[in-house]
Each structure stands twice: as C-alpha cells, then as structure tokens.
Ligand binder design. Structure first.
Ligand SMILES: Cc1ncc(COP(=O)(O)O)c(C=O)c1O
Length: 493
C-alpha cells in the first residue's frame, strides 16, 4: 500500500471542501500512475483511520471518484482504479517551469498578422494619453441609465427578454430607433431596415464579411480609419486608395478607379473624415451617390460622430439621400454615451439586413436585450437628447480651450485647423520634427503617443496625428499642453 498518510495533504484553512481536496489528490495519483489501473484502494474505514478524517468524508470522496469514472466499486471485492484509464501523455521534461502565459499551444491555429495592433501598456494613473477622440466617461448618464435598467429588470414581463430572441436585436429599440433616426437624420426607414449591433465595429465586420469575396476591391481614403482597413483586409478585400483634401474624399479619383476596377464598396466618414476631421462637401456627396448608382457599389457610411457638431447644424448623412439602396449606414451610441455600452445599428435594404442578421447569429447569438431596452426608453423619454445637448456644450468649450492652448504654446512646432465638430484635432508636426522622436521624449514627460503610424496607413508621410480633446477638462488640458510643450523644448535641446 502506498504511504497515504504522507502523500495526502489536507489544508483545513482552504475554502475548498476537504472531500474535494482528497478527490483531486486521488485523481493526480491515478493520472501519474502512482495508482495504476486496477490498483486496489484501501477501504473507507482504513483510509479514514490512516489519515485522520471522518469516514463520511472518505465515502464522499470515493463516491465522487466513482461518479467521475476514475474508480469502480466491485461488490464483495473492494474499490479499484478503473481498468480503462488511459495513460495521460506528459509534456517532455524540460528544466523550464511550465508558463501558461508563454506562446505555446498544443495545436495549430490561424494567426493573422493583419490583426496585430500595439496597444499602449498600462501606465500608472499620472500618465496622459494622446487619444483618437474619445468621450469623457465621467459625463456618462450612469444614474439615469441605471434607474431605467433597474425598473425594467424588476418588471415581471422581463422574463421574456431573458430568453433566446431574434438575431436582429431588441424589437422595441429597433422601433424607437426607426422614429429617432428618421426624425434626426432625415432617413426614411422601417423596422425591416435596421439591425441592432454591438457598436459600429460589428456592423463593419458583418458588412465586410458579406460584401467581399476574395480580392474584391474596396475604396478607402489615403488617410483612413485603420480598423476599417484591417476589417476589409481580414475579409480578403483589396484596398484601393483615393486622395483626401479639405473637402473630404476625392470623388473624381473614385470615378477613375470605378472605370478600371469592379469596385464593391466605398468606405466613408463624410460627417468628419477619420482621421483628418474634414467634412465631405455637398458636391462630392451627390457625385458619390451617383457613382454608386452607376457602378453598383455599396457606400459604407460610418457616422461615428454625428452628434458632435459645434459650428453648424448637423449635416444629414448620405443615407438620407439614398434612393437606390446603395448606402449601408452605421452608427452607435458608443461615442455619444460611453464605449462600454455596446449598442449600435446597421441600416440598409431589407435584403442586406436580413443576411447580416443571419450571419450575426454565429458571432453573437443576439444582443443584450435588457441593455437595448434600457436605451430604447432612454431615447424615448428624451434623455439621450438632453445628454447630447449637455456634452456638446462641454466638448465645444473643451475644443476651444484646447485649440487656444495649442496655438499659444505650440504653434512654432505644429499646425492644425479648428474642427467643426467631432472629438479630435488633426495635428501636423512641422517638417523638421518626427513623431518617432517626439513619442520617445514625451514618454519621459508621462505623455503617451501610441502607434502614431496608424494615421498614415498609405505611408504618404503627412506627419500628422489625431489629438483627442473631448476627454480633458480645463485642468487636464492645461497639463496636457504643458507636458507637450516641455517635450518639444527637450526635442529642440
Ligand atoms: C471612425 C470610427 N468608426 C467606428 C468606430 C467604432 O465605434 P464603436 O465603438 O461604435 O464600435 C470608431 C471608434 O473609435 C471610429 O473612430
């Protein structure tokens, strides 16, 4: 008999029940063949005496081992390790302690370098980040949302929302958004034209998967939102680039490309081009819509920052002028409220929405019905509009201050235009400076500029990056500019 008394160790301070501790140790003994198949186990009375545990504990352990199939009880003979336990292949012995965080897997899988993206490491709280233009989560209407959420969750009829539901998203939210988007964006849609997504990115992913077959052509700007490049490249699409100037995408370039290639889609952020923040002018809007009609391509309109406009009324989306079903319109509340609330929408012809809903089933069976219902109520009772009015006022003041400070303190190093809306500036560093050097020295000032290269996806060397202003209050904006100025003085030294 093996020396159970020394081998089996019980930790009475552990939260794990003793019989489970005992069971796991027996499993290990069986796996490592200290107890080989058909080995006889001591009787429960013997073992409990040997190791000083109550007999009931040992019985519970044996019962568990029998249930899991590790041991079997043979009447009148005793308890034995199951005869069919195969040998567990062990990893070859190495000196190295097995580290589960390393790169090793015991199987092969598809790794796509397209998906690689460097994210800033986690620095301590006293670091500041140059960001893409993000909302200030401190302004998110958490209280209002949680009141609505709690009210909904407490209702008896709530149970029906906890079941498997439609893959189109919560029906009430779809209905609410139909009215809201028709009123605010001049759309002319019905419930059949809308799919609720988990943010704009899901809409883009679904679109790319359905639009693109191997090596289909997609037109994007020479400067572009890099995640969209990745999304289409991952779907095996081939990107063609057109110039972007102060009026947005160059639609003459698009026309030339359409004459040469069978173009499947044009991706655009017409309200404020990402990353340069310019608005697509009216003439080019009409030109683009006409081209889509003539050449039968889809316009993927990403209206990521529709709510943020400071100098004029919002410009209606291309989708509001679409008479031929060419536009796939994508938006979300992730920027408007806070990125954590993954609620967005994809608007298109019924046929396309239906197909998206079918595909969606396989990556996310359905959305979060309770959260979606919460947002439906939040929109219906006017809270979303009140929130937008509030943050637009705050972000406008932040834009003005940020621009003023940058102009006063840093105009000898960089230039920018004051954006009409959105949450970021497009800041060009003077030619004699490089972001590589600035990034390194900024780190010493606890200012992180991460992966500035993603703003120059076409490698045209514009020397510019996006600089978000909306998440900084006055004190933070002053601190940000102070660190930036110190950085530039050090770069010059
Ligand atoms: C241009 C653009 N489109 C889409 C998104 C994704 O938005 P969402 O959080 O709704 O997925 C972002 C996020 O930064 C963005 O900048």
């Amino acid at each position: 008999m093996i020396p159970y008394k020394t081998i089996l160790k019980i930790d009475r301070a552990s939260k794990q029940p003793i019989y489970i501790q005992l069971t796991n140790q027996f499993i290990n003994l069986i796996k490592e063949r200290t107890l080989p198949p058909q080995a006889k186990l001591p009787g429960t009375r013997t073992l409990s005496d040997l190791i000083g545990l109550h007999r009931k504990t040992v019985i519970a352990c044996y019962e568990e081992l029998i249930l899991q199939g590790w041991i079997e009880s043979i009447p009148k003979k005793g308890t034995f390790v199951h005869k069919d336990i195969p040998l567990l292949q062990q990893q070859e012995w190495t000196e190295k302690v097995i580290d589960r965080t390393d790169d090793k897997t015991g199987f092969s899988f598809n790794k796509n370098p397209i998906l690689n993206r460097k994210f800033p490491q986690d620095y301590t709280e006293d670091y500041m980040y140059v960001n893409d233009g993000v909302s200030d989560e401190r302004l998110a209407p958490i209280k209002e949302l949680s009141i609505i959420y709690r009210k909904i969750a407490n209702k008896k009829h709530m149970l029906k929302y906890m079941k498997y539901g439609t893959t189109y998203g919560n029906t009430e939210l779809r209905e609410t958004l139909v009215c809201y988007l028709n009123e605010t964006r001049g759309l002319n849609i019905t419930k059949d034209n809308i799919l609720i997504t988990r943010g704009s990115q899901m809409g883009m992913f679904l679109t790319a998967q359905l639009l693109v077959d191997n090596q289909d052509y997609i037109i994007v700007g020479e400067t572009n939102y890099s995640s969209v490049d990745t999304t289409f490249e991952f779907a095996k699409g081939k990107l063609l680039r057109v110039r972007v100037d102060e009026n947005g995408l160059n639609t003459n370039d698009i026309e030339k490309l359409c004459k040469k290639y069978a173009v499947k889609a044009v991706y655009t952020t017409p309200h404020h081009h990402h990353p340069t923040t310019v608005t697509l002018c009216a003439k080019r809007r009409i030109h683009l819509l006409n081209l889509a009609k003539t050449y039968h391509f889809a316009i993927l309109e990403d209206d990521y920052d529709y709510d943020f406009h400071y100098n004029h009324a919002p410009i209606l989306p291309l989708a509001s002028h679409d008479t031929c079903g060419n536009v796939i319109y994508i938006g979300s509340i992730c920027k408007t409220v806070a990125p954590v609330f993954r609620v967005g929408y994809l608007i298109a012809s019924k046929a396309f929405v239906d197909e998206c809903a079918k595909l969606r089933r396989f990556i996310d069976r359905q959305g979060d019905a309770i959260l979606e219902l919460t947002f439906s109520n939040f929109i219906k009772d006017g809270s979303l509009d009140r929130h937008i009015n509030k943050v637009v006022r705050i972000y406008k003041a932040r834009r003005d201050l940020f621009c003023k400070l940058l102009k006063e303190e840093l105009s000898e190093y960089l230039s920018f235009e004051i954006p009409m809306g959105g949450m970021a500036l497009w800041v060009t560093l003077n030619k004699n400076y490089s972001w590589d050097t600035v990034t390194e020295i900024a780190k010493q000032q606890k200012l992180i500029i991460s992966e500035w290269q993603r703003y120059d996806v076409a490698n045209i060397k514009h020397n510019a990056i996006r600089m978000g202003f909306s998440c900084y209050n006055e004190t933070e904006a002053r601190e940000f500019v102070k660190r930036f100025k110190k950085t530039m003085v050090l770069v010059d030294a």
